[in-house]
Write a protein that binds this ligand. Sequence first.
Ligand SMILES: [Zn+2]
Length: 322
Amino acid sequence: MKKRIFLFFIIILLLINLIACQKKKESHQKNEGLNVITTLFPLYDFTKHIAREKVSVSLLLPPGVEAHSFEPKPGDIVKINKADLFIYTGKYMEPWVESIIKSIDNKNLLIIDTSLGITLLENRAGANKHGLSERPDDRPHKHGSIDPHIWLDFENAGRMVDTILKGLVEKDPANKDYYTKNAETYKAQLGLLDKKYRESLSCCKKDSFIHGGHFAFNYLARRYNLKYFSAYPGSPDSEPTMKQLIALKKKMEELNIKAIFYEELITPRVAEMISKETGAIMLKLHGAHNVSKDDLERGVTFFSLMEENLKNLKVGLQCQEK
Ligand SMILES: [Zn+2]
């Protein structure tokens, strides 16, 4: 009998412990704050800097996945459906968002399009008679497509920070001051980065750069009055034609350019080919759409990627040290 009573007490104690643990876990989950899902790396990094420990932010794109060819899986849609905020670049970068929104039944979810209020540039890819994608001038064009790489203009990046801030405040007004202060600090840093780019790139021997990747840097080139030529339009997964490769090589010779840039996350076959043909050095230009697993573990940020880009641009454009 004594043994039974003892066992009964033990079971009661275990149950009490279990309930206490569960309550602790629930309160911990509540403390995690908003559940935010972002598509591209810049949005993830901006949100992390604005909200810090107040929210749980996750990147929808798995590390290393090429952003333009990404299509969400059913599991991704479930994740978005459970979130408080879903932040994406815009319909031209993530055209799949439109159909996903229709299948979402979470009334609590706030969907944020960070391209709102940003002047979008037309994608001039292919406008050149040689088949090169280049910086727009006044040449007429037939293309109606939009260039989605808005985050590569740091003034736009600041506007995106504002839009994210607005969404966070709408969902969590209690932390409005905290988010606003962090967003202001971040925008001030973006302003300094912009100034550094402008100053560093203002005194260079070359005003053109050639990219063996897809047409991603037009916003950046335009902001700093540079001429930009890329191997091909569209997704990084597509292949440039022979005509486009020959045009790229010709353009390098014509401008006497000794560097070829290549992009992140894919094998730089085009840049390698051009480099072999022309003897040009290869330099990385990171579009920051997404980052590799290693980079994520290393803790790279939008700023560290852009600092690295500036270093390489200065070499490629033969800029004077200031
Ligand atoms: Zn791109």
